[in-house]
Design a protein around this ligand. Structure first.
Ligand code: ZN
Length: 173
């Protein structure tokens, strides 16, 4: 049994289990379901509220956000890429709500979510270094985190703070 994002409850049962048994099971867990469902709806509302802080419905709003983001992020990329000796191919900015950043190892393209504008600057820097680090090491293995220790020693703290601010499902990739 699991609670999905809109608060609905999905129950899977083995083939052959009678509807009556399934009904009984749901009835027994009624309170738990109600509580979990309420929590899920509240969390979704919180997320929506968080992302709505940066309105991006109109083209002008999006362009303005990207302009602000470039001013913030481009110097960070330049500085860290130089220090790390990496060269990303292209940087794109998309209104991604499922992750803060993403690095395509094959074409060396990096995407930064426009919503990082809702994070403190040092957390944005963490996202930038994390993605650049993938150009040196694709996986989240011990080598990756050794590189993070070297190039952004506060990464643990930044990750914690980012998660505290908004719990994203996938977080940083
Ligand atoms: Zn990653």
């Amino acid at each position: 049994m699991r609670i999905v994002k809109n608060g609905d409850v999905h129950v899977s049962a083995p083939v052959g289990l009678s509807r009556k048994k399934v009904g009984e099971f749901i009835e027994e867990h009624r309170d738990w379901i109600l509580q979990a469902s309420k929590r899920m709806v509240a969390r979704q509302e919180q997320r929506t509220k968080f992302f709505n802080q940066l309105p991006m419905e109109t083209r002008i709003q999006r362009e303005e956000a990207i302009r602000r983001l470039k001013v913030l992020v481009e110097p960070m990329i330049e500085q860290h890429a130089k220090e790390m000796g990496v060269c990303p191919n292209a940087i794109s900015y998309k209104p991604t709500i499922s992750r803060w950043g993403q690095c395509n190892i094959k074409n060396r393209n990096i995407n930064i979510s426009i919503y990082v504008l809702l994070l403190p600057e040092w957390c944005v820097e963490h996202v930038v270094v994390h993605e650049l680090c993938h150009l040196l090491e694709p996986s989240h293995n011990s080598r990756f985190y050794t590189l993070m220790d070297k190039y952004f020693p506060r990464w643990r703290e930044a990750r914690k703070e980012t998660r505290r601010i908004c719990r994203l499902k996938d977080g940083i990739k």
